[in-house]
Design a protein around this ligand. Structure first.
Ligand code: ATP
Ligand code: MG
Length: 489
């Protein structure tokens, strides 16, 4: 499916600035579709003005669509769609007298020329919007529908005059309120002339008891949301409909998003639309998630600190011991605790469910290399990557690695020591091999009772549901292989 940019570049003579204008138009024209209860198609003139190409399409969320198929990419020759030609040639909004029945339902067609404002000039005409209303469900319009349609026609006028979309409006990151969320129409003085039921409910929740229609929205909103905190400067500007802007107001635990669309037609400000959306629940969930994240991060941070304290205590005691074995044992405990601390440190930066295990592995490998006895002159190396792993796997895997590296350095005294990682078929295969002195004669993993390999076995077979083998290498040295299933995804 070609994008708007692709189509414009390939089939039209429009330039960069034109394209920017059209981009901001289509990022905001849902508003026009919803207020019109109509489908919109944006037609751009083909190179050489031989006809038209549909470069964007929007359906209304407030009413039935006319086009169930995608229209984008469709080409119409000159003369084929008279209404588009007329809007373009005469630079004005055109409306068909009678409904068109060619699609099987009655459709009212209108066309709106799109003008890009150019400073100090008349502007440039870029394209034509075809607005098609499915009349099959039309009935006597309500006050709401009349207000929507009037607002749609003001907005269409603004498109033709180069006043909509609003240039320089900040990009909207969170979804802006839509017509269906709640709509107010203001007159030139900022007084409410119409309030949709949803908009009224939002103001009720903000604490309004009086009538909204007839009230000055800026003043009402400021009074409702009065607080000791510094005044929200945007509040008055938005709630009075004076600038195209968004803001959020809060009162009595309710948070409401306001978006003002000033209506400027025929050179004068005739009023404004204010779209309103109650975002209380949304914001509450966001805040909850944020505090949850922060809490988890803090917990990992504390666990890491505590582990480091434990390691420091053990190190202190090791230094005082005169018995070499006792000393070694304590130093090993320091390393074991240290490798768990590394995992928690990584998790305290990223409390997500996944961690970049390469970072953890490299630190565990570096730590093993650093603390090995000085007569072993080898720098352990990692070959291949672990990638991103579930954090549940990270702690046991880091501890197992620590033990295996430790063994190779301590018992093998190798010249080369490598951790080789491969992942295939949702399994992670890790080999720790060295070219050292090899396993002692008669070695048997199952009958080995020393602590290190017991730890590794418990972790790999128990916690990681994996397999562990330890074998002599043909070339000399030892190879330990772990195979761990990874959760799918
Ligand atoms: N890479 C290796 N090269 C040579 N021998 C090894 C290697 N890995 C393990 N071994 C042998 O296996 C034995 C058991 O290892 P294990 O880690 O269980 O205990 P340990 O290292 O002796 O003591 P600790 O409990 O402090 O780890 C070791 O004593 C050693 O003889
Ligand atoms: Mg060991």
């Amino acid at each position: 499916m070609p994008t708007l940019s692709d189509l414009v570049a390939r089939h039209t003579a429009l330039d960069e600035a034109d394209l920017d204008w059209l981009h901001s138009l289509v990022s905001d024209w849902q508003l026009l579709a919803d207020l019109s209860f109509a489908d919109l198609i944006l037609w751009a003139p083909l190179l050489g003005e031989s006809g038209w190409i549909a470069i964007a399409q929007m359906r209304p969320t407030t009413g039935p669509t006319v086009y169930h198929d995608d229209i984008v990419g469709t080409v119409a020759a000159k003369g084929e769609r008279a209404l588009i030609d007329t809007a373009w040639n005469e630079r004005r909004i055109c409306r068909e007298g009678d409904p068109d029945w060619s699609t099987g339902v009655p459709v009212r067609e209108e066309t709106i020329p799109v003008r890009r404002a150019v400073e100090g000039g008349e502007g440039r005409f870029l394209a034509v919007i075809q607005r098609s209303t499915n009349l099959s469900s039309a009935r006597t319009p309500s006050r709401l529908e009349l207000t929507y349609l009037q607002s749609a026609s003001d907005l269409a006028q603004m498109v033709a005059e180069g006043r909509f979309p609003f240039s320089g409006e900040e990009p909207i990151l969170v979804r802006s309120p839509r017509v269906g969320d709640g709509l107010l129409r203001l007159d030139r003085a900022g007084r409410v002339t119409y309030a949709s039921p949803n908009a009224l409910s939002a103001y009720r929740r903000l604490g309004l008891h009086a009538d909204l229609v007839g009230a000055e929205l800026g003043r009402v909103t400021a009074t409702l949301c009065y607080s000791d905190e510094p005044i929200n400067e945007d509040l008055m500007i938005v709630a009075s409909g004076r600038a195209a802007k968004e803001t959020e107001v809060e009162s009595g635990g309710t948070i409401v998003q306001l978006r003002a669309i000033p209506l400027i037609v025929g050179g004068g400000r005739i009023g404004a639309l204010v779209l309103i959306r109650d975002v209380t629940e949304l914001r509450r969930r966001e805040r909850e998630l944020m505090t949850k994240d922060a809490t988890i991060r803090e917990i990992h941070h504390r666990v890491k600190n505590n582990l480091q304290t434990v390691a420091a205590l053990l190190r202190l005691q090791a230094r005082r011991l005169q018995v070499p074995e006792g000393r070694e044992a304590l130093e090993e405990a320091v390393r074991r605790v240290g490798s768990i601390a590394i995992v928690h440190e990584t998790l305290s930066h990223a409390p997500e469910e996944f961690v970049d295990f390469d970072e953890i592995a490299d630190r565990v490998i570096a730590m093993a290399g650093e603390v090995s006895s000085p007569e072993v002159a080898v720098t352990p190396r990692r070959v291949g990557g672990f990638g991103v792993l579930p954090s549940l796997i990270a702690t046991p895997l880091a501890m197992a690695l620590t033990e295996l590296l430790q063994n190779a350095l301590q018992h093998g005294r190798p010249k080369r020591l490598e951790v080789v990682v491969e992942s295939a078929h949702e399994r992670l295969n890790v080999t720790v091999w060295d070219d050292g002195r090899g396993l002692p004669g008669g070695f048997d993993l199952d009958s080995s009772t020393s602590l290190g390999l017991q730890i590794v076995r418990t972790l790999v077979e128990g916690e990681l549901s994996g397999r562990l083998t330890i074998e002599p290498r043909l070339e000399g040295g030892t190879e330990v292989a772990l195979s761990i299933p990874l959760p799918p995804g």
